[in-house]
Ligand binder design. Structure first.
Ligand code: GLA
Length: 377
């Protein structure tokens, strides 16, 4: 059973009737444009065909009671501050709180959360939870994807303490099936870019999970803000490569961070153009360059990520490969000639001693709300 079916079945089991709605939101894999979002740059993620699902029915009050596979059940009142809710349910409580704080009408609900998005794997399971829950709190009211994404980002920034950008929440809310989403994180505009059928995107989970990433993430963001301040630009992507030599310093750290951001932003624009014109070889090369830049200049890769990227690069059919998401552990992504997918997968699985998990994926749609058939008929 997939996440939607499990959520409905668990809801029926728990409450003895069908849920009023099922809200779904996908995880994402980023093709290119890493650590550019909070620097006012471009990103090119796509939604995964794996979703987080919430099966729920409205309550008359402002209380939420929720159960979830593998996590403790939770109960909270939306009007209380989310800091009073611990653990995974703080994401939900935070979304309700932030929506209400934006003047959007929210109501309580009883429900069940399930997910097929691997957790802690850099595939944005928390963004999927935030986006699905926003639609649950506002059932029937159409919120635009950017509003939903900004609510999720505020939850991360203010209530979880993760200073992320907008990419994960926005692609989860706004993705279009069959397409990657080119997002300009300065203007907050986006457009779908089709992914040709001759290429398969393969998510490669190293099954390593991240530790201390959030503090490393905050340190990178801090470096970027410091570099932008010294260069006199609002967003680091506005700096010209030629100006980066002004960023001296004993360990050359800020200059390398800035060089990653500026070159990665250009690579992302070039990648979108390559995708649009069907030049998959060019896209693959840009992904390879992105990995080197993240590993050497931005220093957010890790041994397991480097190893699987290297393995993939030498596998038949591979056009390009790189780490994806925040970094340090979790997943990498490869672009593979569709005809050679099986031999690619066999090579990588054997080479890793079967310590990885591969997911060939087609780009899925963004968040949705469905009314189960039994209720609507
Ligand atoms: C995490 C953050 C995103 C983005 C990526 C790196 O996924 O949530 O906002 O910064 O890392 O590109």
């Amino acid at each position: 059973m997939d996440a939607v079916e499990r959520a409905i079945a668990a809801f029926v089991d728990r409450y003895g009737l069908e849920p009023e709605l099922v809200a779904t939101a996908p995880g994402r894999v980023n093709l290119i444009g890493e650590h550019t979002d909070y620097n006012g740059g471009h990103v090119l993620p796509m939604a995964l065909p794996f979703v987080t699902a919430i099966a729920a029915s409205a309550r008359v009050d402002h209380v939420v009671t929720v159960a979830s596979e593998g996590f403790d059940p939770a109960r909270f009142s939306i009007g209380d501050h989310p800091a009073s809710t611990d653990g995974w349910a703080r994401y939900l409580h935070g979304v309700g709180w932030e929506l209400a704080d934006s003047g959007i009408e929210v109501r309580g609900w009883s429900g069940v959360v399930t997910t097929d998005v691997p957790v802690g794997a850099s595939l944005s399971s928390s963004a999927a939870l935030e986006v699905a829950s926003a639609n649950t709190f506002c059932r029937g009211v159409e919120l635009d994807p950017l509003t939903i994404a900004q609510v999720g980002q505020r939850v991360e920034n203010h209530l979880i303490g993760m200073p992320c950008g907008i990419m994960d929440q926005l692609v989860s809310a706004a993705a279009v099936a069959g397409h990657a989403l080119l997002i300009d994180c300065a203007s907050l505009t986006y457009r779908p870019v089709p992914i040709p059928a001759e290429a398969t995107v393969v998510v490669m989970d190293t099954l390593t999970r991240r530790r201390l990433v959030d503090s490393e993430f905050a340190a990178r963001r801090h470096d970027c803000e410091e570099a932008a301040r010294r260069l006199g630009v609002t967003h680091l992507v506005e700096a010209a490569l030629a100006d980066l030599s002004d960023l001296g310093g004993p360990d050359d750290r800020l200059r390398r961070r800035a060089r990653h951001v500026v070159t990665e932003n250009q690579r992302t624009l070039d990648a979108a153009a390559a995708l649009q014109s069907g030049d998959l070889a060019a896209l693959g090369e840009l992904m390879d360059d992105s990995h080197r830049s993240l590993r050497d200049d931005y220093q957010v890769s890790g041994p397991a990520l480097d190893a699987i990227v290297d393995l993939a690069r030498h596998a038949p059919g591979c056009l390009g490969a790189r780490m994806t998401g925040g970094g340090f552990a979790g997943c990498a992504v490869a672009l593979v000639t569709a005809d050679l997918l099986d031999v690619f997968a066999a090579h990588v699985e054997a080479g890793s001693g079967r310590t990885c998990r591969l997911y060939p994926v087609k780009p899925g749609p963004g968040a949705a709300v469905a009314i189960p058939r039994a209720r609507s008929s």
